[in-house]
Design a protein. Structure first.
Length: 79
């Protein structure tokens, strides 16, 4: 019984592997599913540039005063 089950399981696994190989050959080269290193680098540069702009905006005089007013109002609120 064990050998029959094992033989059928091996045949199934071999058949699946063969089907996957045939499908890969039909589809041609595998499509790139992710980003390459240069795309990661450009994403990091864009994120850093956005962070710098956001930092400049938040630390500007008007925004800083407004944030301080919000925090002060929140701390002075009655419970």
């Amino acid at each position: 019984m064990y050998q029959v089950v094992r033989a059928r399981l091996c045949a199934l696994v071999y058949g699946v592997g063969t089907a996957l190989r045939r499908r890969a050959v039909r589809q041609g080269p595998r499509r790139d599913a992710g980003m390459v290193t240069s795309e990661y680098a450009m994403g990091i540069v864009a994120a850093v540039a956005f962070a710098v702009v956001l930092y400049k905006v938040v630390t500007s005089g008007a925004v800083s005063a407004e944030l301080q007013g919000i925090v002060k109002g929140a701390l002075d609120a009655r419970m």
